[in-house]
Ligand binder design. Structure first.
Ligand code: F6P
Length: 575
């Protein structure tokens, strides 16, 4: 069975677990460049078919923008895909308002707005709930462009919505956005549903030549941390959505666009290639990784502080640390100027849900700043170099990521990264006016690349990653259940069945697996595993050493750094 590209191991980062902070940042940057350079023989972002599909979607989007009273553009996804959907809808609704047009973008995220901050993985497996939410927000609309984002072409929540759209083509134009070739879409049975995701994609393949059904699936190569689709796939999602909607807004405004679709994508490539061009900037980001990594190792915290969309980039980056690295909700947090007033999410102020839903500067001033530890790290993210002075009064480590020259910085920090966009090159690709209008999008993607490097680097430093694989993942949905089995199989060389048994023994904390347990539906295993910790490392050690579950737990209790305990175990076995 072939491994989907989004779940494959990237050879570039094979030894990232033993790399220095500077090497980590450089390796991640190399992986990010692959987004544009393409991967193996697969279609890249610049493939003719991809560009032609983008142009057709732009035309549909432009016609909805022109008829916003009856039309709607819905962006939907799970985890980071849903968060990028939210950010894109927010950005382009604001652009339409600026142009005195009716905002017509909506987003959907599995698990609703709670999932914007904290991962809600169980709803990702629920196609019925996906359809209900789609019906709810499109009620009364006669023309809907639906873009279902699922980087791995796998999320049942999105699969259900796509199927519903195909059954209602009079209203819906469905688009699936993901980063695997279609034959590698997930083919696992889904509970409460008669189709697999692959069957939905196959149906879309059949329909795409005769109806308004689109598949947008360039391949951007494996993720730097295996399966962590928040990274390259998340960035490529942002690039493609923004390419579509900047094009659509201008087409609707003037009937034409002053750039080719390809040039708009190239502008992100130029930004990527120039990311660390300023002297010392890669070293400065590596210094932040080191500060933040040391902080997490001493049980400290990392706080992102920013305004507008750059602050939101911080919040999105923070939200992925618990599901990706088993981090606590307090390890990495993001704060946003004016909190929910600026966030503008569907469900409004969620701060009553608890501490981790309190996101404003005032919340940080009240709850965090008085108690910071000297080794905590506050990272300010700013477009113009300005930082709210109230946020700087803290006795801990400080870092600044800014898109303004060093001379305009008003606070003193331990590390400062001064980014600058390659203005001339961007203007030559998209023109002066568009550069003025959309340069914020380039600052956002630059910020995403840097913050992803910071949180990946810090968790690598904390020993959470073995080779380039996050082994201590939460087994909290169907995709992660199968990923866990794949990890056990890869390192133990057991059969698929035996690897699954090992995982179940760890989940149910038993060495004698009954037939009754084996036959339970996967959703039961997920429910049992979700609240537990170290499920996969425990299973993996007992698979490699052929020992009991309690023996492998004993080894983990002795050495909590996953990277060390697994490499020691493997080298012991190899000797
Ligand atoms: O299941 C959790 C998760 O892996 C998130 O980390 C990720 O952002 C999300 O799923 C989305 O996956 P996809 O875009 O492939 O549906």
């Amino acid at each position: 069975m072939s491994v989907p590209v989004t779940e494959a191991v990237n050879p570039i980062t094979k030894n990232v677990d033993v790399a220095s902070p500077l090497e980590i940042v450089s390796l991640l940057h190399k992986c990010d460049k692959e987004i544009f350079e393409g991967w193996n023989e697969y279609k890249s972002l610049y493939d003719e078919e991809v560009l032609a599909t983008l142009d057709k979607i732009i035309t549909v989007a432009a016609s909805i923008i022109e008829n916003a009273a009856s039309g709607l553009i819905v962006l939907s996804g799970c985890g980071t895909s849903g968060r990028i959907a939210f950010l894109t809808a927010r950005t382009f609704n604001a652009k339409l308002s600026e142009l005195s047009r009716t905002p017509c973008f909506k987003y959907l995220i599995a698990g609703r707005d709670k999932a914007l901050f904290t991962s809600q993985e169980a709803p990702e497996d629920d196609p019925v709930c996906g359809v209900e939410m789609l019906k709810e927000i499109t009620d009364g609309k006669t023309k809907v462009l639906f873009i279902g984002i699922t980087c791995g072409l796998s999320a049942p929540y999105v699969g259900g919505q796509l199927q519903y759209c195909m059954e209602n083509l009079g209203v819906f134009t469905p688009v699936v956005l993901g980063f695997n070739p279609t034959h590698l879409a997930r083919n696992n049975p889904i509970e409460k549903w008669e189709s697999t995701f692959l069957q939905v994609i196959n149906k879309m393949e059949e329909m795409k030549s005769s109806s308004n059904v689109f598949i947008l699936n360039p391949v951007v190569g494996p993720e730097p941390i295996t399966g962590s689709s928040r990274m390259k796939s998340g960035s490529a999602t942002k690039v493609l959505l923004e390419t579509i909607f900047t094009g659509a807004i201008l087409s609707a405004k003037s009937g034409d666009r002053p750039w080719q679709t390809k040039s708009f994508i190239q502008s992100y490539q130029v930004v990527c290639n120039n990311l660390y061009n300023a002297k010392g900037s890669m070293e400065a980001v590596a210094q932040i990784v080191e500060l933040a990594g040391n902080s997490l190792k001493s049980n400290g915290s990392i706080y992102y502080v920013g305004e507008g969309t750059l602050g939101i980039m911080g919040m999105i980056d923070a939200s992925e640390c618990p599901p990706t690295y088993g981090a606590s909700l307090s390890d990495v947090r993001g704060f946003l100027d004016r909190g929910y007033k600026s966030f503008r999410n569907n469900d409004g102020d969620l701060s009553s849900l608890g501490l981790h839903f309190q996101i404003s500067f005032n919340d940080m001033i009240k709850d965090i700043l008085p108690h910071v530890k000297p080794f905590d790290v506050v990272i300010y993210i700013t477009s113009d170099g300005n930082v709210d002075q109230r946020m700087t009064k803290c006795l801990c480590k400080k870092a600044l990521i800014s898109f303004a020259p060093k001379s305009s910085t008003v606070i003193s920090t331990d590390v400062e990264v001064n980014m600058s966009l390659p203005k001339e090159a961007l203007i030559s690709l998209i023109g002066e006016t568009a550069f003025q209008q959309f340069s914020m999008l380039f600052e956002e993607i630059s910020t995403k690349w840097i913050l992803n490097a910071i949180t990946t680097g810090t968790h690598v430093m904390k020993g959470k990653v073995f080779q380039n694989m996050m082994v201590d993942l939460k087994v909290s949905n169907n995709k992660l259940f199968h990923r866990a089995i794949g990890i056990i199989q890869r390192f133990s060389e057991l059969s698929l069945e035996d690897s699954k048994d090992c995982l179940l023994r760890s989940i149910y904390n038993t060495d004698n697996l009954s037939e009754e347990i084996r036959e339970r539906p996967i959703s039961c295993h997920i429910e049992a595993a979700t609240p537990l910790s170290q499920v996969v490392p425990r299973a993996l050690l007992s698979a490699i050493l052929s020992c009991s579950v309690s023996e492998s737990q004993r080894l983990l209790d002795k050495e909590p750094v996953i990277q060390k305990v697994i490499s020691q175990t493997l080298s012991g076995v190899n000797q």
